[in-house]
Design a protein around this ligand. Structure first.
Ligand code: UD1
Length: 378
């Protein structure tokens, strides 16, 4: 890392779990960029549990953050406001030449908004994704962050089309590929095999029925887990599907809270549905790589399954990552139990969609980003 002030200082922001795999290659590439950039890392503290934060820093070898704002959980308004309040003095003190944000979480918009009002240029990695669904908090964060960004890096061709439609100057937009896939390719050989993960995370439950194939589940979107009726229906559907193919379900903390609040823990204890705590990146990668099918409402997992060639059923009505459907292995299924069962059976019978890896998902997106940032700032 360069400490001389002659280097251009880029303050990189992370906050929530899906940010960590995006920032790892970006930090590496910025700090390797011919000694002309000085990348610093700030964690807002949006995600703070060891399983949601520290294990990712360790497994992905992300340097400890230079600054931790320690905001924690709260309502969207309080969390966003708190990040802004705590971020402003950091910008005053560090005087970055640019603030770099990734993804679409509350930390992304909060820090971008502070920076732009202080006339510090904003760089957005993973710009231009649109689900068209403004009931999703992430969609609001995406639209607003892109409007106030000076440099926008897109992961798929549709991103630029969306940005131009919203009046963003084409000169600011760079199609570079997908930094999440940089991380996946970089770490693939170290992915932890199923048997190892089970040894660490499962105690006292027989798991022999999982060794001849399994599906992998993740769920955390408010639209799927906040309403007890919707959650009950989804969990019953999973229990039913698990009779045909055992399912492994690492449970996000917000989902676990919703399950407890709705009194639905009994649905999580079936012999063929294995509930686990949130997993480390390399553990999740190992499970995903070898899964027969993945059922998810995550954005990143739609991309990772496409890169791995594993069939993915997305339990949402839309996606902001259409290339995973048009080219990849993703199918948008929604949350209707019959439709989910139909698509699941189809994957079991046919092996599922065979996709191809999208353009520039080649492990070098962060290098392209660093090159553009360096030329732009220096
Ligand atoms: C956030 C992102 C979402 C992303 C997800 C990945 C926003 C608006 N949403 O959603 O886009 O897909 O992260 O995980 O930024 N909690 C813990 N421990 C933690 C963090 C959270 O227990 O370390 C619990 C808290 O009860 C908290 C709840 O999870 O209230 C939700 O956390 P929050 O960061 O608000 O949103 P996520 O649902 O995690």
């Amino acid at each position: 890392m360069v400490s001389a002030r002659s280097a251009k200082r880029v303050l990189c922001v992370v906050g929530a779990r899906p940010n960590f795999m995006k920032i790892a290659p970006v930090m590496r590439a910025l700090n390797a960029a011919g000694n002309r950039l000085d990348a610093r890392l700030l964690h807002t503290g949006q995600h703070y549990d060891a399983a949601m934060k520290q294990s990712f820093f360790e497994q992905l070898r992300i340097p400890e953050p230079d600054i931790d704002l320690g905001v924690g959980s709260a309502s969207h308004a309080v969390q966003t406001a708190e990040i802004m309040k705590r971020f402003e003095p950091v910008v005053d003190e560090l005087k970055p030449d640019a603030v770099l944000v990734v993804g679409d979480v509350n930390s992304t918009i909060a820090c971008a908004l502070v920076a732009v009002k202080k006339q510090v240029p904003v760089i957005h990695v993973e710009a231009g994704l649109r689900s068209g669904d403004r009931t999703m908090p992430e969609e609001i964060n995406r639209v607003l962050t892109d409007q106030i960004s000076d440099l926008l890096f897109t992961t798929e061709r549709d991103g630029e089309i969306n940005l131009l439609r919203e009046g963003v100057d084409a000169a600011r937009v760079h199609f570079v590929g997908n930094v999440m896939i940089d991380t996946l390719l970089y770490n693939l050989e170290e992915a932890v095999p199923f048997a190892e993960t089970i040894k660490v995370y499962v105690k006292g439950k027989p798991v022999s029925n999982f060794s001849s194939g399994y599906g992998l589940v993740t769920l955390h979107r408010p639209g799927n887990v906040d309403d007890p009726v919707v959650l009950d229906r989804l969990l019953r559907t999973l229990v039913m599907l698990s009779e045909a193919k055992p399912l492994i379900f690492p449970v996000h903390p917000r989902t676990m809270q919703c399950i407890r609040r709705a009194g639905l823990e009994h649905l999580m204890s079936g012999a063929n549905l294995l509930a686990l705590p949130p997993l480390g990146y390399l553990n999740m990668l190992g499970l995903m790589k070898d899964a027969s099918v993945v059922l998810t409402d995550s954005g990143g997992i739609q991309e990772e399954t496409t890169a791995l060639g594993v069939p993915c059923l997305t339990l949402r009505e839309n996606t902001e990552r259409p290339v995973t459907v048009s080219e990849g292995t993703n199918t948008i299924v929604g949350s209707d139990p019959d439709k989910i069962a139909l698509c699941f059976t189809d994957v079991m019978e046919t092996g599922g969609k065979v996709g191809r890896v999208p353009e520039y998902w080649d492990g070098r997106a962060a290098e392209r980003i660093a090159l553009v940032v360096e030329n732009w700032l220096c």
